[in-house]
Design a protein around this ligand. Structure first.
Ligand code: G4P
Length: 532
């Protein structure tokens, strides 16, 4: 029974947004509420600075610091909250996608002036694919922004999710007076306040009562009543099941920098968000209250400092109880391993832990035994599914510049791709190595690390591919014909799956038309893949 309450009290989620919408600010305010940090600025200092966009060493240094904030855990209202940090820099988008496999829900932040932005759209695609429950926080209401109904329309249209406003703003920018919380029937009056973390709220059960006019003035009260009428006419009543199944996103409004709307967001989140969920494996679904321990690695952080060559593998616990110094089964290697110093992350402090529960994320010191997606179990042989690879955006052929070091290059690129720095596709003839990434920076990281860690020298030649497409079919013969006909554009991924490296959208369309029985996917997670 104790185990069930340990699971029930946990909430593991990520805050995601297009850069600059307020992710760092909101994270920090949540940590302040939870008492996990004492001063504002603590998280911000770990943020990858915008000025460092072209200097990968600087970024890596800052990423190094941010290992400590990879998971920020704190307690609030008897709940154990685990916030998984996701890098804001777009070149590390793949890291973010993988982190999303380790959370049970997300809070998506939208800047009220900018609405849906490029990164918002892509992140939401990943959430939709995984049916992750999403709460939307519309931020920066203290600044001039777009009209609320317009923003909600845009969210529904572009993000392809139904929304359900649970709070409603009164004015915006210079006229911003506060929000009415539809969920708890409370009025929260705005006061610019960057330091205080408490929020005062006024209970207003009935918006038609004159209390509302007294608080915000007759005109504003009338307008609010009108808008709330419209809200209840246009949007369905909040239904938790629809939120949990990823079909409807509740929406809150606020101003993170002013601690405004943050407490109500957090409390509503704790009320409605899912406790740790199970995960699919190749041998069926594993529930969190399964007695035996299991978990998977979703991120590996390498230390670039040659004096500290250790890597940290991040493990999400799915079921049972993880215990220090206990032998577990590394399923891929069929090997028993134990961990003397597993660490947990409490905001900025790392500490060795003795046990951890479903929903928790712990850091395991790794000397190269882990690959992203690896499963650890208490004896069982199953592997978790669903750390998908997404099609890279940039492709380069890797060339060996020092023939004497080809073994080192081979080992280095293998290990770096195991860590998830980039994806490797092998093309025939000649075992040509095509490296794919989402950002240019990764190529600098790879070249640097191959040289400094493996003593290998390389060069990259750009390849003009548009997407890597994984393929499925019911017609094996047609697939074989396709692979033969397009052999120059065919490669194999790390798991020996064939991929089609399409040069242009047009050529992909042609392939689709010519081979109607083949389905092309932009992700390796075929079951729920985004089809073209
Ligand atoms: P990110 O992690 O999503 O990239 O965003 P971050 O929190 O760093 O916020 C981006 C900018 O937006 C910051 O300003 C931050 O202060 C500001 N901001 C966040 N929330 C609010 C809000 O509710 N209202 C207003 N008006 N601004 C907000 P900056 O100038 O880039 O940084 P800084 O100099 O303030 O640290």
């Amino acid at each position: 029974m104790k185990h069930n309450s340990d699971i029930e009290k946990r909430r593991t989620f990520a805050i995601i947004s297009h850069p600059d919408a307020g992710k760092t600010t909101l994270t920090e305010k949540l940590l302040l509420f939870g008492g996990a940090i004492q001063t504002a600025g603590a998280v911000k200092n770990n943020k990858i600075k915008k000025t460092a966009t072209s200097d990968f060493m600087e970024i890596e240094k800052q990423r190094g610091i941010s290992v400590a904030t990879s998971v920020m855990a704190f307690e609030y209202l008897n709940k154990q909250i685990n916030i998984l940090d996701t890098p804001g820099h777009k070149d590390f988008a793949e890291d973010t996608y993988r982190t999303l496999t380790a959370v049970d829900s997300v809070i998506l932040i939208i800047d009220c002036a900018n609405g849906v932005e490029a990164q918002t759209k892509r992140l939401m695609e990943v959430c939709r694919m995984r049916k992750t429950p999403v709460i939307i926080f519309i931020n920066k209401l203290d600044r001039e922004g777009r009209e609320s109904f317009d923003l909600l329309d845009e969210l529904e249209e572009i993000l392809k999710i139904k929304v359900c406003p649970l709070s409603w703003p009164i004015g915006i920018g210079a006229t911003f007076k506060g929000v009415y919380n539809i969920y708890s029937k409370e009025l929260n009056l705005f006061a610019a306040n960057k330091t205080k973390i408490s929020e005062e709220v006024i209970q207003i059960e009935d918006v038609n009562s004159s209390d509302l006019d007294e608080q915000i003035g007759n005109n504003e009260a009338d307008l609010l009543r009108e808008e709330l009428d419209l809200v209840s006419g246009v949007y369905d009543h909040f239904n938790r099941e629809d939120y949990l199944s990823g079909e409807v996103a509740p929406v809150f409004f606020g101003s993170a920098i002013n601690n405004f709307g943050v407490k109500e967001l957090l409390e509503a989140f704790l009320d409605i968000s899912p406790s740790p969920l199970g995960r699919e494996t190749d041998m069926g679904f594993i529930e969190p209250n399964d007695k035996k321990f299991s978990g998977f690695i979703f991120k590996i952080h390498a230390n670039l400092d040659p004096k500290h060559r250790d890597r940290i593998a991040f493990l999400r616990i799915v079921s049972g109880k993880f215990e220090r110094n206990t032998f577990y089964n590394h399923v891929r290697l069929d090997k028993k391993i134990k961990f003397a110093n597993p660490t947990s992350f409490m905001a900025q402090d790392k500490s060795v832990i003795d046990e951890a529960f479903p929903g928790d994320v712990i850091g395991l010191y790794d000397t190269g035994t882990f690959k992203i997606g690896d499963s650890l179990t208490e004896g069982s042989e199953f592997s978790f599914k669903g750390i998908p690879s997404f099609s890279p955006e940039i492709f380069m052929e890797l060339e060996n510049k020092d023939p004497m070091k080809s073994k080192q290059l081979e080992k280095g690129i293998q290990q770096l791709t195991d860590e998830g720095v980039a994806q490797l596709f092998i093309q025939q003839p000649g075992n040509r190595k095509i490296v794919g990434t989402v950002g240019q920076l990764q190529f600098d990281v790879i070249a640097y690390r191959l040289e400094h860690e493996y003593g290998a020298k390389c060069a990259f030649t750009p390849k003009r591919y548009f997407k890597a497409c994984w393929m499925t079919t019911d017609n094996q013969k047609e697939l074989e014909q396709f692979i033969k006909a397009k052999s120059v554009y065919i490669a194999k991924d790390k798991d020996d799956n064939f991929v089609f490296l399409a040069e242009t959208p047009f050529l992909l369309q042609m392939a689709q038309a010519d081979y109607p029985n083949i389905k092309f996917h932009f992700t390796s997670d075929f079951k729920v893949g985004i089809e073209n």
